[in-house]
Design a protein around this ligand. Sequence first.
Ligand SMILES: Nc1nc2c(ncn2[C@@H]2O[C@H](COP(=O)(O)OP(=O)(O)OP(=O)(O)O)[C@@H](O)[C@H]2O)c(=O)[nH]1
Length: 397
Amino acid sequence: MDILILVVVIAVVAVAAGSGLVIARRRNPAPPREKDGTAPPPRREPGVGEDPDVTVEEERRTIEDVTLPPTAPDLLGTGTRPVEVPEPTAGRLVRLRSRLARSQNTLGKGLLNLLSREHLDEDTWEEIEDTLLTADVGVGPTQELVERLRERVRVLGTRTPEGLRALLREELLTLVGTDLDRVVHTEGGVSAEGEERPAVVLVVGVNGTGKTTTAGKLARVLVADGKSVVLGAADTFRAAAADQLQTWGERVGARTVRGAEGGDPAAVAFEAVREGIAQTADVVLVDTAGRLHTKTGLMDELGKVKRVVEKQGPVNEVLLVLDATTGQNGLVQARVFAEAVDITGIALTKLDGSAKGGIVVAVQRELGVPVKLIGLGEGADDLAPFEPEAFVDALIS
Ligand SMILES: Nc1nc2c(ncn2[C@@H]2O[C@H](COP(=O)(O)OP(=O)(O)OP(=O)(O)O)[C@@H](O)[C@H]2O)c(=O)[nH]1
């Protein structure tokens, strides 16, 4: 009996669904064609307050009527792309500080939770140590911080959440360092002959760390601050790297000097500086190759680039680009580059993709050089100056 009822129900549902489909198809007939066979003008659904029985024809827009975004690719191959206006500094910093807080707040939260435990026994201190090591702070700085926290918690007496937060903020700031020179030096000078000289910034680092992207983003930051920039594509081993840099330059109206594929990187760097002087540009940014196949090869190449550039004036900044997501590997790279050339600042990229912000402390210790810039995304304006206070606030936010 039950089976009979089930069969009847299924049959009724099937018939209802079938007729529904037919009705639905009837309600949406294929649009009739015009007499000349062309498609009719598009129609839109009636809006609130309009007669539902009257179909409204929409104005047809042609490709000429559609405004393309300012970053439109050069599809027609005319060689001209509209020059972009980079994001103004103030707005960029506010946006990137909140992105930093989103990616980095686990370390501080973890530490605050542990420090708030009722009994701070040896196991808890070990957990605090592990938390710091896991965040790539490095062994030496971790031990220092734990020692200082132990000492200060002991004399603190009561541990209110506000008290602990203030204490941790202070100690993390001491660890990161507030008195290092984090300015990217982009002030040119005047030669002995009284000729204006652009500032020269060399960008070095292993391929794939975000070196070219960082050079491009830095060019935008400088242009946003009203400076004129010439780019030097001294990574002559991959034509694509020069193309990539040139595209960054074109987007903000900066000229890129490049050489033949496989040509001498030092010659391109020299030419870029010469062009910078000729154009009375404010800054020349030179992107170098970062193949790590042999240490001596790298040393020879970077050493030569720097020496050749210095024939025309001083190199104001040598920025080492490191990928924050590579942890200890990044430190090994940093060491090799520091032996090859005098690094004056670190640009730490992909911090948006890593919760291990402790690498800031580790790499500064390793090289004795400050982190000056941080990359916080793949967007064109996702480069920020490294600000210790904002960074520590992000950690404990
Ligand atoms: N999420 C994120 N991605 C980044 C950041 N910086 C660079 N990248 C990405 O990292 C990738 C590598 O960047 P490149 O600039 O091409 O790296 P490179 O070091 O110049 O390496 P080559 O192009 O091989 O010479 C690209 O996909 C970038 O968009 C960053 O701060 N955050």
